[in-house]
Design a protein around this ligand. Structure first.
Ligand SMILES: *Cc1c(COP(=O)(O)O)cnc(C)c1O
Length: 396
């Protein structure tokens, strides 16, 4: 009998009851705008920022409208100007080069290794081309952050971290997003907390925090923030920092706060699922497991493996065969970007030079979401299906 998987790769868990209650309370009083608070009231958005700052061990936190907006705000806050080159990953999601383009700056792409992390040798070679690195921990893979920070610090390159897939991850015990000058997170449905859309930005730098707050559209109401620097810092920047509205609202903040309290537990559940799939795939001929470094604490909300040096036709055949058995694989090597699988040469608004070593890796990256609605049994079944179909095509 041929086993078939019938679950959905795009179905996340429902919003927790406690979060629904909190959302209803906001709807009932109607004060959705973050600065619309009753006398003495601490709004949901301000509380979310305070709680997330504490959770990450950061001094300051700002909640905004999306992960991509957080990235663009970070670029503006560090002073990136139109025309400036900004280093970033060749393997990342479209909102990352998009945030660079949104401020009129130019992405300079850095290659990807077989570990799916930024190629640090390539980074070193390109370091003199820019003063800012937008580092994307794409699909939750952390590079050697010690070496990365040492390389960037010694060259005076500012690091902005895209932690869309590393909320709750860590490098040698330090939360992801705390190594660079600014860490940015996404609260979009397919990330680690779900408010539909949303973003969070953290930093320890008071001036960057004040600028980001003004940029996000705080009018002159920044004193209502609980995780922002004091008014004296705003005094220095408030007349020279434009308002580029992109605030978070109290409704979304209300549903995020209970989810953040459950983050560790959810990470544990993601990683249980990830391990099942990884164990089930290990040892499949022709398939390369992406090994995780010991220094990395990861969140297995998606899994990647490589079909290195396979022809496009054979990879397409694996995808087709898995799909007929209900397993949705995404492929970063396809000729055309579909869904979220674009890569550096798909973003034609930005110049790029071909990177053969990275192209070889990108051509073989297979990707799969691991929603928490999957049971451990589902995960074992999915691994058996992939193993069988990769094996069948490999031998044919
Ligand atoms: C989701 C994501 C973002 C930001 O996405 P938004 O949809 O703007 O919240 C940034 N980088 C990566 C790698 C992502 O996956």
């Amino acid at each position: 009998m041929t086993e078939i998987f019938t679950g959905s790769f795009t179905q996340q868990e429902p919003i927790p009851e406690e979060a629904i209650e909190a959302a209803l309370a906001v709807l009932r009083h109607g004060r959705l705008h973050r600065y619309n608070v009753a006398p003495g009231e601490l709004g949901e958005t301000a509380l979310l920022e305070q709680e997330f700052a504490t959770q990450m061990g950061a001094k300051y936190c700002l909640a905004v409208s999306s992960g991509g907006y957080a990235l663009a705000t970070a670029l503006r806050a560090v002073g990136v100007q139109p025309g400036d080159p900004v280093l970033t990953n060749a393997f990342t999601l479209a909102p990352v080069p998009g945030s660079i383009a949104s401020v009129g700056a130019k992405p300079v792409f850095v290659g990807v290794t077989e570990n799916l992390t930024i190629d640090l040798d390539d980074l070193e070679a390109k370091l003199d081309q820019a003063r800012v690195l937008m580092l994307s921990h794409m699909r939750g893979h952390l590079c050697d952050m010690d070496r990365l920070m040492q390389i960037c610090d010694s060259a005076g390159v500012i690091v902005i971290e895209d932690c869309a897939h590393t909320m709750g991850a860590a490098w040698r015990g330090q939360s992801s997003g705390r190594q660079g000058a600014i860490g940015c997170y996404s609260c979009q449905t397919y990330k680690h907390v779900n408010s539909g859309e949303g973003g969070l930005l953290i930093t320890d730098d008071e001036e960057l925090a004040a600028k980001a707050t003004m940029l996000s559209g705080s009018y002159m109401l920044y004193e209502r923030h609980l995780a922002a620097p004091g008014p004296e810092v705003f005094e220095r920047i408030k007349y020279t920092t434009p308002n580029v509205s992109g605030r978070m609202d109290n409704l979304r903040a209300a549903i995020l706060r209970p989810q953040l309290r459950e983050l560790d537990q959810q990470i544990h559940r993601w990683n249980e699922r990830y391990s099942e799939i990884e164990a089930g795939l290990r040892g499949t001929t022709g398939l390369t497991i992406v090994e995780r470094p010991v220094a990395e604490t990861y969140v297995g909300s998606s899994i990647q493996f490589l079909l290195l040096d396979w022809s496009p036709e054979r990879i397409a055949e694996v995808i087709r065969r898995c799909a007929t058995r209900g397993v949705e694989l995404k492929w970063f090597g396809g000729a055309e970007p579909t869904g979220f699988t674009s890569r550096y040469d798909s973003w034609r608004y930005a110049d790029s030079t071909p990177m053969p070593a990275s192209d070889r890796v990108l051509a073989g990256i297979m990707d799969m979401r691991v929603p928490l609605t999957f049971s451990l049994q589902d995960c074992r079944l999915i691994a058996r299906i992939i193993r069988a179909e990769v094996g069948a095509v490999f031998q044919s």
